[in-house]
Design a protein around this ligand. Structure first.
Ligand SMILES: [Ca+2]
Ligand SMILES: [Ca+2]
Ligand SMILES: [Ca+2]
Length: 108
């Protein structure tokens, strides 16, 4: 059935490997083969293409580029702040000095 409520004919349905349905039908009003799209969150992006299909995000922002929209991406990898980077570098240097000290003691 299209947005005008007209029923098509010869409909077909196929499921993608991720389980997303792909539906096409012959539109009775113009005899065009039509691909039916579903937009659950009404953001203008069909569910199959939407990087966050249940939350309205027409901009499809995905700041970390993992394919999951920012509004849905709960498993974001935290990027260390400048002070955290400083601590990481500091600890790496301390550990490196510790390893060098241990190796020198063993060589003596
Ligand atoms: Ca959508
Ligand atoms: Ca969306
Ligand atoms: Ca993301």
């Amino acid at each position: 059935m299209d947005i005008d409520g007209d029923v098509g004919r010869y409909s077909s349905i196929a499921l993608s490997s991720s389980g997303y349905p792909h539906i096409s039908y012959l539109d009775r009003t113009n005899n065009n083969l039509t691909y039916a799209t579903m937009d659950t969150d009404d953001d203008g992006i069909s569910d199959g293409e939407d990087n966050c299909p249940t939350i309205h995000n027409p901009g499809q922002e995905d700041s970390d580029g993992n394919g999951i929209g920012d509004t849905c991406d709960t498993g974001k990898t935290a990027i260390p702040t400048l002070s955290e980077w400083g601590m990481i570098i500091f600890m790496t240097i301390i550990m490196g000095l510790g390893v060098i000290t241990l190796l020198r003691r063993r060589m003596v």
